[in-house]
Design a binder for this molecule. Structure first.
Ligand code: G3I
Length: 344
């Protein structure tokens, strides 16, 4: 019988070892970030915020900024034409206010998260333009003064550097992007406007195209304040820090800020202490890079704890990408981020 339990016991032991949180420092990550006027945030789901006290406490103690993981996407805010549903987004904004946190907005326009009513009709260019304009104006009006930066357009360029097919691009053409930024600026002149994308952090085909796009916007007076680097990365991949730096600097030369918007460092299972250490190293590299470039102005992780994460649903065999484990204990990645802030 004891042989039957051996694998179970070994597994539990391995898990316990891997998830034994690092010592919690006397002062929180938020405290040291606040002191240095650093914006450090995490994406949040209203569902978990309402259900889990550890989740709320970790957010409020350790971060000074939040972004909605899903609750401000088009399909959530306008599930039926002309009928806006602000309940969950409002709850996030209220939580931020209660805890003296800033809020990033994500996202006004994306090929994904398009509601069924929008997908199912063949809209004319004029009709779709009007729908987009109304959406942007309604949302920005509601959160005027409450959201410091918006991802106006998300993921509009493919890895090959082409326009991505979407209901927006296919019907409205390239102008869709410029119009969206103009309407956003007209409605809330004080919120910062961002273009946000993934796999475009180092200099590569995709980031070259994004650079050309934002350069064109700057030259033609289309309002834009920054570019979001999502930074969904794998612990096992080396980070080309100098290439990312080069990209950050060319954007700085255009007068643009860079936000690290969705940082997570996923680990191929099984999780081991070595892999957690490698993950910590990646977080350290990212934070050191972030701190060394003056136009990098916000650092947000895509989630709070490994208990809730989009990773296992999207990348088979990977998980545990965040700073806190499933019991909300700080991981080596937390310690690395903490130390790199403290030492810089
Ligand atoms: O809420 C429903 C639930 O009611 C239903 O039972 C369940 C069944 O599948 O689905 C739930 O919705 C899921 C939602 O996440 C909330 O968990 C959706 O299916 C799922 O598609 C959705 O995935 C989100 C994804 O964007 C697509 O919107 C992820 O949580 C979210 O982390 C991810 O975030 C994106 C950023 O917006 C843009 N950059 C990439 C990033 C990661 O993909």
């Amino acid at each position: 019988m004891k042989y039957l339990f051996m694998p179970v016991i070994t597994f539990v032991l391995i898990c316990t070892l891997a998830y034994d949180g690092v010592p919690r420092p006397a002062r929180s990550l938020r405290a040291i970030a606040d002191e240095r006027r650093l914006l450090i945030g995490a994406c949040v789901s209203t569902r978990h915020l309402q259900a889990n006290e550890d989740y709320r406490a970790t957010l409020a103690n350790e971060f000074n900024s939040i972004v909605a993981e899903n609750d401000m996407k088009f399909h959530r805010l306008q599930p039926r034409k002309g009928e806006f549903a602000f309940g969950n987004a409002d709850r996030l904004v209220a939580f931020a206010k209660e805890n003296d946190m800033s809020v990033r907005g994500h996202t006004l326009m994306w090929h994904d998260s398009v509601p069924a009513w929008l997908k199912e009709t063949a809209w004319s260019k004029e009709e779709l333009r009007e729908i987009l304009k109304t959406h942007i104006e309604t949302v920005l009006e509601r959160y005027k003064g409450k959201i410091f930066a918006w991802d106006v357009v998300n993921e509009a360029i493919t890895d090959e550097g082409e326009w991505r097919e979407s209901i927006w691009y296919d019907t409205l053409g390239e102008d869709f992007l410029f119009d969206a930024f103009r309407w956003a600026r007209e409605t809330d002149p004080n919120t910062k406007l961002f273009y946000n994308d993934y796999s475009a952090e180092p200099v590569n085909t995709k980031s070259d195209r994004i650079y050309a796009l934002v350069q064109d916007m700057k030259e033609n007076g289309v309002p834009i304040d920054g570019v979001g680097f999502q930074l969904h990365i794998r612990a096992e991949d080396e980070l080309d820090v100098e290439s990312i730096r080069e990209n950050i600097r060319r954007l700085a030369n255009l007068g643009l800020e860079v936000h690290f918007t969705e940082v997570d460092v996923r680990i191929r299972k099984p999780v081991t202490e070595e892999k957690l250490a490698l993950q910590a190293q990646r977080y350290r590299e990212l934070m050191e890079l972030f701190l060394s470039e003056p136009n990098c102005t916000a650092f947000l992780t895509w989630g709070v704890s490994d208990r809730y994460s989009w990773i296992p649903g999207h990348f088979e065999g990977y998980d545990d990408a965040l700073l806190f484990d499933r019991a909300f204990l700080p991981k080596p990645a937390y310690e690395a981020l903490y130390q790199s802030i403290e030492q810089n």
